[in-house]
Design a protein. Structure first.
Length: 580
């Protein structure tokens, strides 16, 4: 970490000293590429951090440039020019946030739609800039834009650009280190799981895109006085594609890489443009090579080389003073109702008039043969499947065609049959996300305090599952059994009132099964939460269940105590379970 800070300080010093080491025109060129690098940093926030790719980032850059150019031509003076620059950042940020909210709100996995829509918006912006000649100057652009008052374009403006770049980099670095940045990685890794912790991922992605749009607008606001002209190309797809190339070449997983990519490719293109007829082909080949051989870009190679010598930078942070979160002392009585619920997928009926109610706490086990509709019942309850008929309610609130984050906010926690974790995050980071579920507020997402949150239950879970104390171990490197235990731990750490566990002992050894059974029994007893468990291992059902529901062909076949279920002739005819 110390080496990384020293390297960054050295880089900043070199940027400041560059005009003294070179001529003013080269510094002028570097200033332009640094502005492009700022925009590329916003792309890295969206693409590298959150996993969605904006294809029209030049739109927001160009809007900021046009707004800034209009303000400079109006000769407002610094008193009004600063608010005008703020507007040049705010308008692109709000537009980007609105676009993100509208596109991402439809469902998870909206990335391809988002990319195509941003591409279309950039093309639309280009056409509008060409046609609205009274505002933008049309094809010839907005010309004769003066420089910043009292600042020479070829001398001192460069230092303004470097200063703004440093500030924007520090702001983005804080955003990436804060819980908000960690949640963006979780979206990239497993968006659906994050929704089941109560996070509205569409708004998180929209916020990230809004921040990137604001940064692009800020860069555009400085582009206008730097160039003295803003043409439709500043909002078009060609520049958007170039920004994407620079981000990929430099490295999309950090903040220095995108700037380095913009500078390196910018100077390379400038050098080749006059000496090599097919310079665009050379740039394209570099991009293809990086995509195929270096997905982390140039900065990724540099980081990998440093890590071999123990000098790689770290994203770890110093946790603040631990803060013990209060646990729920009292819980309202459960009231879950399925009333003739029907779910179909095409011609296949998955749930066929399923009706049951749960009105007392304890552990309720759902059993039945494969294909009985057990997991589908939990899916429709939590919004993973659409409700076709009937009604589902939890404590009087209808959950018909709900969404996962809404179900989670209503106190319903879910663990899937296949462990659903965030593999590229550490064990500690997975646990932190569970602790933030339904607890973290908007302002706290940009504070470091939530990293110090803990609960008494976490300490108990670490005793039961000692591997949880290996906090820096990557979750993706855990065994199947440990992943099941981590997934279970995350589910209960969110302290839901209704805990849904889908085969929590699947893939566990006999000893791990014993550990899981003991943990479920202990936590159910301590928290007084209501548990619904789907399980084929009859050992688990016999040792844990207070009440058993048997499903067959999408409907309820029987329910009662385990003794009553064993004596039921209909159950014996259609179902038999096994034990480890």
């Amino acid at each position: 970490m110390a080496f990384s800070r020293a390297a960054k300080l050295t880089l900043a010093a070199l940027l400041l000293a560059f005009p003294l080491l070179s001529d003013s025109f080269t510094a002028y060129q570097l200033g332009l590429y640094l502005l492009y690098g700022m925009v590329a940093q916003g792309i890295a926030l969206c693409w590298g951090r959150a996993g969605f790719l904006p294809l029209g980032q030049a739109l927001f850059f160009g809007i900021g440039a046009y707004l800034s150019g209009a303000a400079l031509k109006a000769d407002l003076g610094w008193a009004l020019l600063i608010p005008a620059f703020a507007v040049a950042c705010l308008v692109p940020a709000l537009l980007a946030g609105l676009v993100g909210a509208l596109v991402f709100n439809r469902q998870t996995g909206s990335g391809p739609y988002f990319s195509l829509i941003t591409l279309a918006l950039s093309m639309l912006g280009f056409q509008l800039a060409n046609s609205l000649s009274g505002i933008t100057g049309g094809f010839n652009g907005m010309t004769a834009i003066p420089g910043l008052p009292g600042i020479d374009t070829y001398e001192t403006l460069y230092f303004v650009i470097v200063g703004v770049l440093v500030v924007s980099t520090l702001v983005l670095a804080h955003v990436m280190r804060a819980p908000f940045g960690q949640l963006l990685i979780a979206i990239r890794e497993n968006e659906e799981r994050l929704q089941f912790f109560g996070f509205r991922t569409s708004m998180l992605k929209a916020a990230a895109f809004g921040i990137s749009g604001g940064i692009a607008g800020l860069a555009g606001a400085l582009y206008a006085p730097h160039q003295g002209i803003v043409t439709p190309q500043a909002v078009g797809f060609v520049l958007s594609a170039e920004l994407l190339i620079w981000t990929a070449v430099g490295g999309r997983f950090g903040l220095i890489g995108p700037v380095a990519g913009a500078v390196l490719i910018g100077f390379m293109a400038a050098g080749l443009r006059d000496s090599f007829r097919y310079w665009e082909v050379a740039v394209a080949l570099v991009f293809i090579l990086v995509v195929l051989k270096m997905p982390g870009g140039i900065s990724g190679l540099f980081s990998a080389a440093l890590s071999r010598f123990g000098g790689g930078s770290s994203t770890r942070h110093e946790a603040p003073t631990p803060q013990l979160l209060a646990s729920k002392d009292q819980r309202a009585a459960p009231d879950l109702r399925f009333d003739t619920v029907g779910v179909s997928m095409g011609p296949v009926r998955i749930l066929n008039g399923l009706s049951f109610s749960i009105s007392r706490t304890g552990i309720h086990c759902i059993i039945g043969p494969n294909g009985a509709g057990k997991t589908s019942a939990l899916n429709v309850l939590t919004g993973r499947l659409p409700l076709g008929a009937g009604e589902i309610s939890w404590r009087g609130v209808s959950l018909g065609n709900t969404r996962p984050f809404i179900a989670a906010r209503n106190g319903i926690g879910r663990k899937f049959q296949v462990p659903s974790i965030f593999p590229e995050l550490s064990v500690r980071q997975n646990i932190e996300i569970a602790l933030w579920a339904n607890r973290i507020g908007t302002t706290e997402m940009f504070s470091m305090r939530p990293y110090g949150w803990t609960t008494q239950m976490l300490g108990e879970l670490k005793i039961r599952f000692p591997f949880l104390m290996q906090s820096d171990k990557m979750a993706g490197s855990l065994s199947v059994g440990q992943r099941q235990m981590l997934d279970f731990s995350m589910t209960v750490l969110a302290e839901p009132d209704l805990v849904l566990l889908d085969e929590p002992c699947a893939g566990l050894s006999a000893d791990e099964t014993r550990q899981m059974i003991e943990a479920i029994a202990a936590i159910a007893g301590e928290t007084k939460a209501t548990f619904i468990i789907i399980e084929h291992d009859m050992q688990v059902v016999e040792r844990l269940s207070d009440h058993v529901l048997v499903m067959h062909q999408g409907a309820l076949l029987a329910n009662g105590t385990m003794t009553e279920i064993r004596a039921n002739a209909d159950v014996a005819r259609v179902y038999s379970g096994g034990s480890k």
